[in-house]
Write a protein that binds this ligand. Structure first.
Ligand code: XMP
Length: 515
């Protein structure tokens, strides 16, 4: 990527919203990068950014272990916007006064803007904002003036225009501050002077150049799962280096019905990518035989995948790079602060082990992008909506949707039931509205009647959840009619199933997958 990309850095003080701030900045066509709060000023200067935003955070500036930034960042001559804790810290360091509030202010508030220049440009009078803070500013440092207030907060918006420093007590990045995006845009464009050159078209152009430069004459291998990230990475690398890329698709026997064919058709036939289809179904089934423990099943599948992939990639001469669809949230350094949910995100979901085993250099062209940007890149590269907006599918696939030890016969039953679920959800126009929709195979036999005959067959559980990141989820209130259609079709069309139940558990306390 060329150095000319305009950047606004987010210094992360452990706010659950730090990534949201970065995404809002990027929606203003300005690249943003999240750095830990204690990044030295010299390192920040070396980034040659246009501006700096200090995020909120769960701490109080008076706490013993409060996260503090390098005070020298205020002498870098960079435009700075402090949000919530970021504002309090800035004021604290610059000689103002922050005090503990009587009560925590949390929720919606009305902000009255008294000066609509720069940061609040184009916004006048009263607007709704979102507050979440305990401490408050009591006295401003020299050179700062008040720009906005709420009933509870005298210094809800402050500015020192001469030094290009601004602070707000509320959160402009969340949806509960409907005009927050304009405030962030004002900071990026009017205060930092960015013209807005971060677009996915410009990203693709520079990524293509960079991939060519990095790869040279070597060959690149990529494990294609058919999911959004690996598919977009494949399309992007293909654009850059064409047949120097080989995609390896492993059928582990735990795939959805028709999935292998769909992926092969798209990449091999449409995109004309070097595509190797490895049918390893029997190998995985043999390894999994008799194993009922969910974590054991995951480990076996992860391990076997590495083996199969490694064997195949060794047959590619001159392979020097392993490409992966790693995205920005995978690489952001989490800030080790108590109470920072981002620092606790579990990592078991990624198929690990490949890079260590393979001794290839990593090529991760999407590692600067958020998911919505990855989708946009995919769309611009001509991937169909079906791939770009595909629902997430776990690496171990149907193995974690088949309770207990898997068998080929039961997996086939599950595949048939699952295909009906997806088909009916699509027909109802709900597929793209829902985070995940799927069937789970329950090896529990219950009694039923079909025609004049008594049946004694297995059950299918239906799962449909709404979520924005998989960390929390709500069960979806599917229309009864859709539920009815799914149930009738599964019982009529899928051999060996005589009962369908609907899972109405949210996460927490449940998880999305059953295993
Ligand atoms: P849970 O079940 O933990 O799932 O609520 C959260 C999200 O992660 C996906 N998931 C996985 N993805 N390997 C994966 O690649 C796994 O082992 C795995 N387990 C769960 C799940 O589909 C949901 O989107």
């Amino acid at each position: 990527m060329s150095n000319k990309v305009e950047t606004v850095i987010v210094l992360d003080f452990g706010s659950q919203y730090s990534q949201l701030i970065a995404r809002r900045i990027r929606e203003c066509n300005v690249y943003s990068k999240i750095l830990p709060f204690n990044t030295p000023a010299a390192k920040i200067a070396a980034e040659q950014a246009q501006g700096l935003i200090l995020s909120g955070g769960p701490a109080s500036v008076y706490q013993d272990n409060a996260p503090k930034c390098d005070p020298a960042i205020f002498d870098l001559n960079l435009p700075i916007l402090g949000i919530c804790y970021g504002q309090q810290l800035m004021i604290n360091i610059l000689g103002g006064k922050v005090v503990r509030g009587q009560a925590r202010e949390y929720g919606k508030a009305i902000l009255n803007i008294s000066n609509s220049q720069t940061l609040f440009s184009g916004i006048e009078g009263d607007i709704q904002v979102w507050m979440s803070h305990g401490d408050k500013v009591r006295e401003l440092p020299e050179g700062f003036t008040v720009r906005a207030t709420t009933d509870n907060t005298e210094f809800a918006g402050i500015a020192n225009e001469a030094r290009n420093m601004y602070g707000i007590q509320f959160h402009p990045e969340v949806v509960h501050t409907p005009r927050g995006k304009e405030i962030i845009s004002n900071f990026c464009h009017k205060i930092c002077g960015c013209v807005g050159n971060w677009t996915m078209a410009s990203f693709i152009e520079s990524a293509v150049n960079e991939i060519r430069k990095t790869v040279g004459d070597s060959q690149v291998v990529l494990g294609l799962s058919g999911g959004v990230d690996s598919s977009v990475a494949a399309a992007l690398i293909n654009k850059a280096i064409g047949n120097q890329l080989t995609c390896i698709f492993v059928n582990n026997g735990m795939l959805r019905k028709g999935e292998a064919e769909r992926v092969q058709q798209l990449f091999s036939d449409n995109f004309k990518i070097n595509f190797r289809y490895i049918d390893a179904e029997q190998r995985f089934l043999d390894k999994l035989a008799g194993h009922a423990d969910p974590e054991r099943k995951r480990k076996i599948i992860g391990h076997e995948f590495v083996e199969v992939f490694d064997e195949e990639s060794k047959t590619i001469t001159n392979a020097a790079f392993l490409a992966q669809g790693t995205t920005y949230p995978d690489v952001i350094e989490s800030v080790p602060i108590d109470g920072n949910p981002a620092s606790m995100i579990k990592s078991h979901h990624n198929v690990g082990g490949l890079p260590e085993k393979m001794k290839l250099k990593l090529l991760e062209p999407l590692s600067r992008l958020f998911k919505d940007e990855v989708r946009e890149v995919g769309a611009q590269l001509g991937l169909p909506k079906d791939v770009v907006w595909r629902q997430p599918f776990p690496g171990p696939g149907l193995a974690v949707r088949h309770i207990g030890a898997v068998t080929k016969e039961n997996l086939d039953t599950l595949r048939d039931a699952d295909a009906i679920v997806v088909d009916e959800i699509r027909k109802a126009g709900l597929y793209y509205e829902i985070w995940q929709t799927f069937a789970v195979f329950l090896p529990i036999r219950t009694v039923g009647v079909m025609g004049d005959e008594r049946t004694y067959d297995n059950a299918i559980a239906l799962r449909a959840v709404e979520s924005s990141d998989g960390m929390t989820a709500d069960w979806v209130k599917l229309p009864y009619e859709v539920l009815g259609n799914i149930s009738t079709r599964i019982i009529n069309e899928v051999q060996g199933i005589n009962r369908v139940v609907y899972d109405i558990t949210s996460k927490p306390p449940g998880t999305i997958e059953w295993e």
